[in-house]
Structures are given as C-alpha cells and as structure tokens.
Design a protein around this ligand. Sequence first.
Ligand code: NAD
Length: 360
Amino acid sequence: MKYRIASIKGDGIGPEIVTQAQKVLNSVGEKYGHEFEFVELLMGGCSIDVNGVPLTEETIETAKSCDAVLMGSIGGDTRTSPWYKLEPSKRPEAGLLGIRKALKLFANLRPAYLYPELKEACPLKEEVAAKGFDMMMMRELTGGLYFGERYTKEIDGVMTAVDTLTYNENEIRRIAIKAFDIAMKRRKKVTLVDKANVLDSSRLWRKVTEEVAADYPEVEFLVMLVDNCAMQLVKDPAQFDVVLTENMFGDILSDEASMITGSIGMLPSASLNETKFGLYEPSGGSAPDIAGKNIANPIATILSAAMMLRYSFDLDREADAIEEAVKKVLREGYRTIDIAKSGEPQVKCDEMGDLIAARI
Ligand code: NAD
C-alpha cells in the first residue's frame, strides 16, 4: 500500500527527530512492502520566518489531503526567541492549536509504558516499578472546562469568576467508542475516570460510556473517581489499560502518567478525529536547549510513527515491529543522553534512528 504522510518537522529538535522516524518508516516500508510518501509542511516558528504566520491555509489543506500527520514539535525559547515578541495569535503555538482545530482532533492518546531497562528512571517505589505498567491515557480534547463560557465580573460587589463545564452526549459517545476500539487492540479493559459523585457532566459521561460498553462485551468496563485515580497511578499503575477521561482531568492525569515513566524522550502521542485520520507527535517540546546538537532522543517520535501505523493505517504487525525494535535497542544497552545513566555509553540522535531502523 502507498500512504501519504504530512510531515511537519517544526522547530528546535523537530527536524532531527522526525528525520529518524521517517528513516524507520522507510525501513518498515521495505520490509513489509509499503510506500510512505512524506509531504513536508511548515508550521510554527519556521513558518513564521517564511510566511509571516505560524500556520497557512495551504498547510491545513495539504495536511487534510494526506492520510495522517507526523509532527516533531514547534516553538522556541520563550524568553529569547523573537517569535514570542509577536502577539499571541501569531506565535508558534497558535499554529498547533489552529491545526488541531482545523483537523477536528478530539481524542488525545498518550501511552505510558515502563521499559524494564529504564526502571531506575521511574520515581515510584521499587516494588511498584517492578510490576511494570502499560496504559493508554485517553483525553477528550475539544470540550469541557477549557472551552466553556467564562467571565469575571463583580456580582453583588464581589469580584467573581465563572468557568463552565459542558459536554453533550455526542461528544462523549464518539470518544468512548474510540476508547473501546483501542481497548480491543490492547488488553481489553477501559477505566472511565470522572467525578460522578459531584458533577452532572460526569454522570452523563458514565451513562453514555455504559451504553457504549454494552456493545463491547469482550471489554471489561470500570469506573473510578478522579481523586482515587490520581492516587492509584502512583500506588498501582499496573491495574490500568485504557484510561478514558474528559479534558481537564486528562490534562492533569496524563502528565502524572508521563512522569511515572521517568523519561519525556520516550513518550509518543496521537490526536485523532472521527475518521481514521490522526496527528502523531512526541509528548515533549522542541527542546531549544539541545537543538542542532544531534543528541535528542528520537524514540518518542519513532513510537508516534508506530501509533500512526496502528491507529490510522491498521498496520498492527508493522507497528509491533517498530515497538519491538525499540525494546531491542534498549535491551542491547543503547541510550541517548537523556536516558543514559552516568558512565553508560551514549549514542547520537541519528545513530539511534539507524539502530532502530536496522532492527525492523
Ligand atoms: P521541552 O519538552 O521542549 O523541554 C523540556 C526538557 O526536556 C528540556 O531539558 C529538553 O532538552 C528535554 N527534552 C525534551 N524532548 C527531548 C528529547 N526528545 N530528547 C532529549 N531531551 C528532551 O519543554 P519546554 O522547554 O518547556 O518547551 C520548549 C519549547 O517547546 C517551547 O517553545 C514550548 O512552547 C514548545 N512545546 C511544544 C510542544 C509541541 O510542539 N507539541 C509541546 C510542548 C512544548
């Protein structure tokens, strides 16, 4: 099969890490008989430099015409880069928000997996880390408190701020279906995280998700209150498979789940819309402090490419091959600077890409 992939390398370490992911995809293509065409697009600071804006209509339209988007990261040093002297709507991050909106990406997926070889980076108790964990945090991205009506005004002589949290059943159902579909590709367990003892919106999440669960008899469905989930993530993360939750709870819990893996350079992510289309990117930023030095860890981006194969193209065997190749290089002891313990030999960004590509 032939796939057209919009490649948004972006700023900072973006070009270095996306190039490695492309290398690995080409290796997958050779082995399994696929062709991946990369359509290079500008977004973020590099687009400001060329086009005067962080995102153009042309970039949006071209991205839409592709089968998926593979992204590096955008933005520069927020204290020193001239991009941050521009008004907020012209800054690099506005490009990212703009493309997410234009592509109608409503489901954010962030796997949190503890590699046995990197257990020492895990900040949890040794006996907890020893059990390992492998979960998929699924966060609703376009509704809830961050998008509700808000205002601050004086009411009865007292300054009062109001934020509103709104979800309708359609917004909940579409992401719940995705969560159960994804669970079917994993260990077949979905935990809905909410605050149904207090919030009406959470009670609607429970009702609609229960209805969706009825269509997936093979998948175990559990509910958990958000405060309990925050505790369980540090006490017993091995219990989770797919964790489904609304926007703000997901914002906080997905960072907590990332933190317990101990390494930002290892964490991929995906944002999906109602079709198979998705935008795949590492969880970290553009790391201006190490940009251009060929020392960034490309694994998060390479694993984002694996997610693209699995969730947009249904190429599960090929995605497995990438994930296995990553595990293999770690088992063999290769480390980039961010995951190397003191005294351990380090490989450069492009060497890590070569090592993984060679093990496909
Ligand atoms: P960051 O994630 O870029 O960097 C935080 C730390 O992690 C740095 O020390 C960096 O060197 C390290 N790091 C990150 N990715 C790494 C990798 N692959 N390999 C090795 N080390 C890695 O976060 P920041 O410094 O807060 O932000 C820098 C810029 O990135 C800002 O302009 C910010 O707006 C932008 N940003 C972009 C995205 C995105 O494109 N989705 C996400 C977050 C931040």
